[in-house]
Design a protein around this ligand. Structure first.
Ligand code: ZN
Length: 233
């Protein structure tokens, strides 16, 4: 009797463990941080002022914020990402994202004057957006991709502290990218609550400028003209 009873709880435990593991995989990716610049000034500043634990915390918070922005409460609505890695390394520029790897410049961390932790957090919200956003199967304008990433950074409250971003209504083209397009998207989301989420959803399978007209009833160039006029430009 003892031998017959034992396998039942063991199997139940095993199944429970499998179920928990499957749920965890679907809901939360694994976050990893690699510092390839250890021993350099930038690598040391990362360890002292930011650190891997804080970085993983930001990745998780940014992911939640982005899923909320994109109205993707169910894991099945999101991009299938099970692993996000941040790599601190010696390179020019600030950061870029490729294959769910966020590469961050050690030199940028070294030379940033001001609150480097705040700046790092803002850049990570931008780069995390590239991990999770749809790209229209690669067809969407890069200015829109970058604009959505800065829209997330902006609405999360991590606009750069030095005030170098354009003000609402500034810029010459809707797809100029970054801060210009981010400000425009704030305006559009004000015209139709959830616009950015709907636009991103449409960008899952492809891309067309007509998406703007389908959602807001007017061509994107006309919307940009009206946006600038609303701010006196
Ligand atoms: Zn970007």
């Amino acid at each position: 009797m003892e031998q017959l009873r034992l396998p039942t709880p063991s199997l139940a435990l095993l199944l429970a463990a499998v179920a928990v593991a499957a749920t965890a995989t679907a809901a939360q990716p694994v976050y990893e941080v690699v510092n390839n610049a250890q021993g350099t000034a930038g690598g040391n500043r990362f360890e002292e002022s930011i650190g891997p634990d804080y970085t993983k915390q930001v990745l998780a918070e940014a992911a939640s914020f982005i899923w909320s922005t994109f109205a993707q409460s169910a894991a099945g609505d999101r991009k299938n990402v099970d692993h996000v890695t941040v790599i601190i390394e010696s390179m020019g520029g600030v950061a870029y994202t490729s294959n769910n790897e966020i590469h961050f410049s050690a030199e940028y961390i070294e030379n940033f004057s001001g609150d480097v932790k705040q700046e790092f957090t803002g850049v990570l919200y931008h780069e995390s957006t590239h991990v999770w956003q749809w790209s229209g199967q690669g067809q969407a304008p890069s200015g829109l991709i970058e604009g959505i990433a800065d829209y997330v950074r902006l609405t999360a409250g991590y606009e750069p502290a030095d005030g170098h971003w354009v003000k609402p209504g500034e810029g010459s083209r809707w797809d100029q990218g970054y801060d210009v397009t981010a400000r425009f998207l704030v305006y559009l989301d004000g015209l139709r609550r959830g616009f950015v989420a709907e636009l991103n959803r449409k960008m899952k399978d492809g891309y067309s400028d007509d998406f703007f007209k389908e959602l807001l009833g007017k061509p994107v160039d006309q919307l940009f003209t009206e946006y600038k006029q609303a701010y006196g430009h």
